[in-house]
Design a protein. Structure first.
Ligand SMILES: *Cc1c(COP(=O)(O)O)cnc(C)c1O
Length: 349
């Protein structure tokens, strides 16, 4: 093998009842680490989960060269384990790394590291229908040098944590017309750490006003919808599934991509295009049945109960027969092997 991975297993299995633990709080027993030095990936290993030692001069701590992915492994109907859309996540990871001037991870190393880690911690993959093992591959610049520069040394790591339903209730959100998450030509299409740090303040303000999340709009005019929180925003209005077209300021979500493919396949009308806040408001004001939801790996589908435009809240449809739930079920069926995986989205261990 080009990149041999050494494995040091944890001395004993310590899986506990993880269902009551908040998202991301409890890591599995193992983690993967590889080092980038002298232009090469080396020392790839799976070890018991441990803290890192970093120089305070490490560049990631100062200038934000950090990139991550979020993906999931599922327990299938037949008891095998499926890592969902690993290739698509790998491709996006690579795009994010390119944008941040960070070295790509060879696909064979990424795939093998995922495979070995999930295999070793397979007991942590929840069996419950709403459970999965959340996988977090990420990279940080570790070179110890405080001057502003592209780092020459990095760590690529993967950690994992059991995950269940992300949001307990449908969300109340507001259209954000002052702050922006991302701008044209910026880093919105990359899953890099700084995007999230910068979004905290507007989100906290929205929470103080009684909302759960913001609906981001474009940074120039604030007239067009972009994303909701850290999810892609999708709408189902008059039999059409509508979502903002991808741009430099919208993340190319794997869940978004999967849902669009499923919808198209069953002949649903699908539109990826600019969606004006005004168009949405008009539909809501006209009393149309509007389904709105966030799409992302962590929550899969987060139903939106209401959207406030200029301080006025409009209700969206969240009934059990909503189309978003049908799509969610179809995705679930593919991931768990109930429905055939015609797209080759599953990587089954
Ligand atoms: C991760 C993320 C999404 C969702 O992408 P998935 O691949 O579906 O998980 C959407 N928007 C932002 C800003 C994200 O960080």
């Amino acid at each position: 093998m080009e990149y041999p991975i050494s494995i040091t297993p944890h001395a004993e299995r310590t899986v506990t009842d993880t269902k009551s633990i908040p998202f991301g709080k409890v890591p599995t027993e193992h983690m993967f680490v590889a080092e980038y030095r002298d232009g090469k990936w080396q020392n790839a290993r799976i070890t018991p989960f441990h803290d890192l030692t970093l120089s305070p001069l490490a560049l990631c701590l100062h200038y934000g060269q950090t990139v991550f992915e979020g993906m999931k492994a599922f327990m299938m109907e037949d008891g095998r384990i499926n890592i969902f859309r690993m290739e698509k996540h790998y491709d996006r990871f690579s795009k994010s790394l390119d944008r941040m001037c960070m070295p790509r991870v060879p696909q064979s190393l990424f795939t093998e590291a995922m495979h070995q880690l999930v295999q070793l911690d397979s007991k942590w993959v929840p069996e419950e229908a709403d459970g999965s093992l959340y996988l977090r591959p990420f990279m940080i610049a570790t070179e110890d040098r405080i001057g502003v520069k592209i780092a020459d040394e990095y760590l690529f790591m993967i950690v994992a944590s059991p995950a269940y339903q992300y949001y307990a209730n449908p969300l109340k959100i507001k259209v954000e017309t002052h702050f922006s998450r991302a701008a044209d030509g910026g880093t919105g299409m990359a899953k890099c750490g700084g995007n999230y740090g910068g979004a905290f303040f507007p989100t906290q303000m929205a929470k103080e006003e009684g909302y759960d999340q913001v609906l981001w709009t474009d940074s120039k005019t604030h007239e067009f919808i972009e994303e909701s929180g850290t999810m892609n925003a999708m709408f189902y209005i008059d039999g059409t599934l509508i979502t903002p077209a991808l741009s430099g300021s919208i993340l190319d979500g794997v869940t978004r991509n999967s849902l669009l493919a499923l919808a198209r396949e069953q002949g649903m009308k699908v539109e990826e295009r600019p969606l004006a806040v005004k168009e949405l408001k008009d539909a809501l004001e006209a009393g149309k049945r509007v389904e709105a939801f966030g799409a992302g790996t962590a929550a899969v589908i987060a139903p939106i109960a209401s959207i406030a435009v200029d301080g006025k809240a409009y209700d969206c449809y969240v009934g059990e027969d909503a189309t978003m739930f049908t799509l969610k079920k179809e995705l679930y069926d593919i991931r768990t092997g109930i429905a055939p995986d015609t797209h080759k989205w599953n990587y089954v261990l």
